[in-house]
Design a binder for this molecule. Structure first.
Ligand SMILES: Cc1cc2nc3c(=O)[nH]c(=O)nc-3n(C[C@H](O)[C@H](O)[C@H](O)COP(=O)(O)OP(=O)(O)OC[C@H]3O[C@@H](n4cnc5c(N)ncnc54)[C@H](O)[C@@H]3O)c2cc1C
Length: 674
């Protein structure tokens, strides 16, 4: 009985798994019913496609041999044959080889065991048989002992059938013994050994490339490998809208309300958009698969293959490197040791948002180091919370005012006042000398002697492009800007392209650059994807970026916006319509670069309606345009609380002309009209 249970415990899950996996694969293969190949039937050690076939052959042979034997044996055999039938499953406590004449004389009880099998509780613990009793020696002695008189009484064909059935039974048994129980073997995703399109990194640039590859080559098989646990998602809401959500489960849902009130997810696509990596090979119409939690650690560019951190190798036809960047840290923090590091967040990923959200609820004071767009956005987001929870929010940076490296001084000062109004304590011109952990507080010692006590630090001090693969791939890293150097088609070498934050490209207007912004990641990823399918297009897009200090103040920028360049600003009085919130309500999208496309670009023709004289409202920078000049030519433009006019700014940069009067140029943006 015990043996029959054991067999059932082994057979039932195997049979179940075969059918379940087949069903799953049919579902994954597409919504229409398709023929499931053996390769698609299942994966992994248990129940693999090949094993299913062995299973079917063995069971079939056992049934055939057994049936022939039983039908003949019913007529001719003496009852020892019944004992022989069940003997391979006897346990050491009831060895048939040693069956006494009395036991042998018992009525045939063993076959009665068989009908019990299906009613065995599926969850009953599996009792593993002692393998020693199934050793060849014991088995042989058992056959020799029991077959002697039996062979004499049984004619040749049924004897052959019987032997065949025993052999098959034996093989089946061995097969089952060596098959790990399915319940204990979680199927690990099988990585395709080859993919036509391999995209390294699962961020914005990779996702954009995957889309454009599929648009130009609809049957394309695209594999994205990312070391993050998540499917591709957008980062901008991590420092903006997600913090303003009323939903207490926002860290789980990662859904947010755009400033215009519409809800969306930070993921570019739901899981159903992607196919499983193990199905990529056999997917008739191709698709995009994402291998999460795996890092590419080595590139063999001659062999067109990469190695993952689990030693798996994947070869490719075309490869995109879109590895983004890693947040920089301050040396003072790195030097400070484990306790300080544990209480420091380097903000980049979903997990950083989740942990900072949690930490900020359980502490009294938080300090953001860094005055750029990321630090200022997070300061405003946390500052707003401080009014509810009493959290002290400090922002410190070496510049005089917020976003001081980008904004001209007067506007940076104005912004600083705005951030202060959001509940943030600003410490400007602050250079961190050291950080220590004392009496359960972090102590930040500044170079000028000031000391700041806090519970947690967010270091938002820039990004280091991720060029870890440069060495093994033999790719050139730009010594000035960092990032992989690529040509005008974003190609680093034959069959290798780079896009997004990790690419150092040649901008035909502004020279060699590296850009760390969403729109650049989208457009460069899209173009790299097109070129991977043979488009050979140059990257001439002048990308933009934006930053919002909450729903009320925001800007969009293009070109080189460096506060050390001479600037000319033209401002007008803002109205309620001149906020990021109003802009997203109007355009219907919260991710700004989605609202503009090349074909919306208009020639910079001034408004035909009479325009009031351009005037500068002192200390009232409600909305305006700031031009950044190099050799009297506009190389950068910030649209301050002016939205959806980026194509005009792009055209001005592209034209690259000298302008005698920038007030006239500012009229193109119609800032006085609304
Ligand atoms: C919080 C936040 C807010 C932002 N807000 C704005 C904004 O308002 N406006 C704006 O224009 N820009 C913004 N940005 C910048 C913008 O998000 C980035 O420029 C953009 O994400 C870059 O995309 P990418 O694909 O090049 O790199 P990433 O999005 O960084 O993706 C790279 C991916 O590759 C993975 N990876 C790296 N190496 C390997 C490897 N060897 N193997 C496998 N995987 C690897 C990384 O883990 C990562 O998942 C923001 C960024 C952050 C962090």
């Amino acid at each position: 009985m015990l043996k029959c249970r054991t067999v059932w415990k082994k057979l039932a899950p195997l049979a179940r798994a075969s059918s379940t996996l087949c069903r799953q694969n049919v579902r994954r293969a597409g919504r229409s019913l398709v023929t499931v190949t053996s390769a698609q039937m299942s994966t992994g050690p248990a129940g693999g496609g090949g094993e299913n076939q062995i299973y079917v052959v063995l069971v079939g042979a056992v049934c055939l041999g057994g049936a022939a034997y039983v039908s003949y044996g019913m007529q001719h055999m003496h009852r020892n044959a019944w004992i022989l039938m069940v003997s391979p499953f006897n346990n050491p406590d009831e060895p048939v080889v040693e069956a006494s004449p009395e036991e042998a004389a018992e009525p045939p009880a063993a076959p009665v065991v068989e009908p019990d099998v299906p009613v065995v509780e599926p969850d009953a613990p599996v009792v593993e048989p002692d393998a020693s009793i199934y050793s060849p020696q014991v088995y042989l002695s058992w056959v020799v002992t029991n077959m002697q008189d039996y062979v004499l009484t049984v004619p040749l064909f049924p004897a052959f059938a019987y032997c065949l059935s025993l052999l098959c039974f034996r093989l089946l048994w061995r097969f089952l013994m060596h098959t790990p129980a399915l319940e204990s073997t979680p199927a690990s995703p099988k990585v395709p050994s080859h993919t036509p399109y391999l995209l390294i990194g699962g961020g914005t640039a990779s996702f954009a490339a995957a889309r454009s590859i599929r648009a130009r080559d609809p049957g394309a098989k695209v594999l994205i490998v990312t070391d993050e646990p998540d499917l591709p998602y957008m980062r901008p809401p991590l420092s903006k809208e997600l913090w303003f959500s009323d939903d207490p489960s926002v860290t789980e849902t990662l859904r947010f309300k755009q400033w215009n009130g519409k809800e969306r997810s930070i993921y570019f696509q739901p899981p159903s958009f992607y196919i499983n990596p193990e199905d990529l090979d056999s997917a008739e119409n191709g698709g995009v698969a994402v291998l999460t939690g795996k890092k590419v650690i080595h590139m063999d560019v001659r062999g067109n293959k990469v190695k993952l951190d689990d030693n798996t190798e994947i070869s490719y036809d075309k490869c995109l490197i879109a590895t983004g960047g890693v947040p920089r840290n301050l040396q003072a923090i790195e030097r400070a040791g484990e306790e300080v590091m544990k209480r420091t967040t380097l903000f980049r990923k979903i997990e950083d948002f989740k942990s900072l959200e949690k930490v900020s609820r359980n502490i009294k004071s938080i300090t953001i180091i860094g005055g750029g767009f990321l630090g200022s956005e997070l300061a405003c987001a946390l500052g707003r919370r401080s009014t509810d929870s009493g959290l002290e929010v400090i922002q410190m940076y070496p510049e005089k005012g917020n976003m001081g490296k980008v904004l001209p001084e007067y506007l940076s000062n104005w912004t600083t006042e705005k951030v202060k109004k959001e509940g943030v304590k600003i410490i400007s011109e602050a250079l961190v000398k050291s950080v220590t952990c004392k009496d359960d507080k972090l102590e930040i010692q500044l170079k000028d002697g000031r000391l700041v006590k806090t519970d947690h630090i967010v270091a938002a001090v820039g990004l280091e492009p991720n060029v870890d693969l440069a060495k093994s791939a033999g790719l050139e890293v730009d010594s000035d800007f960092g990032g992989y150097r690529v040509n005008a088609e974003l190609q680093a070498r034959s069959n290798i392209w780079v896009a997004g934050d990790a690419a150092c490209f040649y901008d035909i207007r502004l020279g060699r650059r590296r850009v760390e912004h969403h729109d650049h990641a989208v457009v460069s990823g899209r173009l790299a994807g097109e070129n991977m399918t043979g488009a050979s297009k140059p990257y001439w897009h002048q990308s933009m970026f934006w930053s919002d200090l909450g729903p009320d103040v925001g800007y969009e920028a293009i070109g080189i916006v460096d506060s050390s360049l001479p600037t000319v600003g033209v401002f007008a009085k803002a109205t309620a319509k001149d906020t990021p919130k109003a802009a997203t309500e109007k355009s219907g999208t919260g991710i700004r670069s989605e609202s503009e496309t090349e074909d919306t670009a208009v020639s910079p023709v001034a408004s035909s309606t009479p325009t009031p004289a351009v005037e500068q409202h002192k200390d009232n920078y409600g909305k305006g345009v700031i031009f950044y000049l190099r050799d009297k030519v506009v190389v950068g433009i910030i649209l301050w609380n002016v939205f959806n006019r980026m194509p005009i700014a792009r055209k001005i940069i592209k034209d690259g002309e000298e302008h005698a009067d920038l007030n006239e140029v500012a009229k193109l943006f119609n800032i006085h009209e609304d």
